[in-house]
Design a protein around this ligand. Structure first.
Ligand code: NAP
Length: 310
């Protein structure tokens, strides 16, 4: 029987692991299919306190993992939770076919990239459509080619800047005429001569299905209704995230968008099940807020178990 199982290996999961491990709870962390979480799909993290020169996202996550391991956290690598049963005690999770019994659970499953949901997107995924410039930007198919980034937030700006190293020109297609990104990111983006904003425009389709590679996008200007085609070799979708909470639907309370709604201080509606990070945060979604929430969930789990066991 486990004391506490942590689901997810982003900043929230590892921080919960550090705290519960230091509390002597010998936690088990199930990484999910993407160890390190969504943060590892970015490059430099410039706003995590304590790193005056910024820190590489993968390095940051590896450091968190080593810190947790130092205090005795155990890890199920690349493992995915398939089912949970929170209706009785002990709580159970099915991980890669194996049933794990536990007294407490911390859900830190984070969020995934939102898709456009337009024709051609799914068919051309990994054939020019991608959700991660850091992962795919350097591929030969994008070098010296015009590229399109979709979105107007910090992620879109970051992706566009990164892609200027490889593409001939980077179009930033945004559905409004103003970026949502933070002021510093927006200013950098608009000052970059290799980034060309395409305002008030939504992508209606990705072209090239017949050739099995991206050849362009179909755009519609939302103000004028005018339609246009933009030739490109890559479409980098950066339009936000959806919480990874499908596993808990009907069991754990969540809002309409699927974000878990804590009942207060990291607790959920199920006794002994706690939550931390982006799967419960539709507002801040920062590595540092996720880490802070992981700390809270870890401490709450510790208090819960102290009451339960004592
Ligand atoms: P975001 O801030 O939610 O921005 C999503 C963007 O996509 C918005 O511009 C939105 O348009 C657009 N969008 C959403 N749905 C769309 C659709 N169906 N079609 C077309 N456009 C759509 O997401 P994010 O940029 O991924 O950032 C998430 C959080 O992480 C933010 O808090 C951000 O500050 C943070 N972040 C920080 C850094 C950094 O500091 N280095 C880097 C990346 C992310 P509207 O503007 O019209 O809503």
């Amino acid at each position: 029987m486990e004391n506490v199982v942590i689901i997810g290996s982003g900043p929230a999961g590892w921080t919960a692991a550090i705290y519960t491990a230091r509390a002597g709870l010998n936690p088990l962390l199930v990484t999910g299919a993407q160890p390190g979480g969504l943060l590892t799909t970015t490059t430099a993290v410039e706003n995590f306190p304590g790193f005056s020169k910024g820190v590489d996202a993968n390095t940051l996550m590896m450091e968190m993992q080593e810190q947790a391991a130092r205090f005795g956290a155990r890890v199920e690598y690349m493992s995915v939770v398939e089912r949970v049963d929170f209706s009785r005690r002990p709580l159970t999770l099915t991980v890669d076919g194996k049933v794990i019994e536990t007294r407490a659970v911390i859900i830190a499953t984070g969020a995934s990239h939102r898709h456009l949901g337009v024709p051609g997107e799914r068919e051309l995924e990994n054939k020019g459509v991608t959700y991660c410039a850091t992962c795919d930007g350097a591929l030969p198919m994008f070098r010296g080619q015009p590229l399109v980034v979709v979105g107007g937030g910090d992620s879109a700006c970051e992706e566009a800047a990164y892609l200027t190293r490889f593409g001939s020109l980077v179009y930033l297609a945004h559905r409004r005429d103003q970026l949502r990104a933070s002021r510093i990111m927006a200013a950098r983006t608009l000052a970059n001569p290799k980034i060309k904003p395409v305002w008030d425009s939504v992508v209606e389709g990705v072209l090239g299905v017949d050739l099995d590679r991206v050849t362009g996008v179909k755009l519609r200007n939302v103000k004028t209704g005018a339609r246009a085609t933009l030739d490109c070799a890559g479409v980098f979708v950066a339009i936000g995230h959806v919480p990874n909470t499908q596993l808990f639907q009907g069991v754990i309370d969540m809002d309409k968008a699927g974000f878990i709604t804590p009942t207060g201080r990291a607790h959920t509606n199920v006794d002994g099940v706690f939550v931390a990070g982006d799967c419960a945060d539709s507002i801040y979604r920062q590595a540092v807020t996720a880490a802070g929430a992981g700390c809270m969930a870890g401490i709450e789990a510790e208090r819960y178990l102290a009451g339960l066991c004592g």
